[in-house]
Ligand binder design. Structure first.
Ligand code: SF4
Length: 430
């Protein structure tokens, strides 16, 4: 469901760095955080995501995730009916019954997330208390946590942030032995995670874990000796929750493309005291493969002008990659939120003439996009079709979250995601 939120407009302001950021607080077009369940339920293989919501929420999930005929899905919706909304039924009792039935039928579930929605928030159903109650009732077989995927105030990637932030207080305490360990934070495709694990091993960083883990009982321990690298830029709440557990963030550009991946790995390698020769030995071959894969696409993409509408929070790192590694020209880089502690390195690498905007006033931004006539526009699903009809080439930002794009071996695939729509448009025009 697309949430349309109206707020008064705001003027450009000077941030703490030199770059001027246009801050807008108008109507915005966003998907809600329930969308994150689509990739999270595949990642945590024994978790179940129970949305406490309406038929609208259920339809969103069914259409976004596709129909699963051969597998029992690991998400579902406990529908809040009108009588719940009218206060005629005890929603807590009904929720307990739904969970009871679900866990009886599905003994494979080890971690249950109660996921809040707009309707559950409207009736002020306290899911954190429900999660505590259900956790006690079903311990030790099943852990029960809760987070909000509501679309009222969130963008779609915030669902993952809220989910991981809910996991953090529940993570085991790491033993204080003054030996730093590395935690990579953010859901990555398993194949990408395996590649990074191999690279860290070759670098000599042995104590590495990933959040989220693939199994509920394999979630990493965390403590003051934990150093964490973010693999996704939309994890502000999770980073704060980890800091509250004493963990320390390693600032780095995001691992997109050859240069981005090298810089991301180097940030960890420097902190762990890995010498330059060992770093070079471990990264030279995959970095060369990535540069070669990118060279194919640079010819097609160099000089092409790209415009980002705010959607996934991947916009700043993506713009850095497209500009720095493919010579594309970002005209506007719109992002829902600009957390300079997280995307500061990528932001600093953007060209001076790229307008960075935070938040949205969709009509004004559409005017700027129409005036600029970019070669490719990265935007949410709601804007893509109207822009295509107007002759603009678009790329769905959600595709960049669903597709494995991080790391050396995926650099060429990431470039292709931008080259393909341009080639398709050229073919249509021939
Ligand atoms: S959580 Fe809100 S925005 Fe998302 S599908 Fe449900 S009603 Fe719509």
């Amino acid at each position: 469901m697309t949430a349309l939120i109206s707020n008064p407009p705001a003027a450009p302001v000077q941030g703490c760095s030199e770059r001027t950021v246009l801050r807008e607080r108008g109507q915005r077009e966003v998907f809600c955080g329930l969308t994150g369940i689509i990739w999270l339920h595949r990642k945590i293989q024994d978790a179940f995501f129970l949305i406490v919501g309406s038929r609208t929420c259920a339809h969103l999930m069914q259409s976004a995730a596709g129909v699963m005929i051969f597998a029992e899905p690991r998400f579902g919706t406990a529908i809040i009916e009108e009588r719940d909304l009218a206060g005629l039924a005890d929603a807590n009792e009904e929720l307990d019954r739904v969970v009871e039935r679900l866990l009886e039928r599905r003994p494979d579930i080890k971690l249950l997330f109660l996921v809040g929605s707009c309707p559950s928030e409207v009736i002020k159903l306290d899911l954190s208390r429900a999660a505590e109650r259900l956790a006690q009732a079903h311990a030790p077989d099943v852990r029960v946590l809760n987070y909000s995927g509501s679309g009222i105030e969130t963008t779609f990637t915030e669902g993952e942030d809220a989910c991981l932030a809910a996991l953090v207080p529940d993570l085991p305490q790491a033993e204080a032995d003054a030996t730093p360990s590395l935690l990579v934070v953010g859901a990555l495709a398993d194949v990408v995670e395996d590649q990074f694990a191999r690279l860290f091993a070759q670098l000599g960083i042995d104590d590495v874990a990933f959040l989220p883990a693939r199994k509920a009982d394999a979630m990493p321990a965390v403590g003051p000796d934990t150093r964490f690298l973010l693999a996704q830029p939309f994890l502000t709440q999770t980073a704060q929750a980890l800091a509250r557990r004493g963990a320390t963030h390693i600032p780095a550009p995001f691992p997109l493309g050859a240069e981005g991946t090298t810089a991301w790995l180097k940030a960890a390698a420097d902190l762990f005291g890995i010498d330059a020769q060992r770093f070079e030995t471990a990264t030279a071959a995959p970095a060369a493969r990535a540069r070669k894969a990118l060279a194919r696409y640079r010819e097609e993409l160099a000089g092409k002008r790209v415009f980002f509408f705010p959607d996934s929070q991947l916009e700043v790192p993506l713009a850095r990659f497209l500009n720095g590694e493919l010579d594309m020209a970002p005209i506007e880089v719109g992002t829902p939120y600009l957390n300079k502690k997280i995307v500061g390195d990528d932001l600093a690498a953007l060209p001076e003439d790229a307008l960075v905007s935070e938040g949205q006033d969709v009509d004004r931004q559409l005017d700027r996009c129409h005036a600029a006539r970019p070669d490719i526009t990265v935007c949410g699903l709601g804007l893509a079709n109207p822009l295509e009809v107007e002759g603009l080439t678009t790329k769905w930002s959600i595709e960049l979250v669903f597709t494995p794009i991080q790391g050396y071996e995926q650099a060429g695939d990431l470039a292709e995601l931008f080259a393909r729509p341009l080639v398709r448009r050229t073919r249509l025009e021939v």
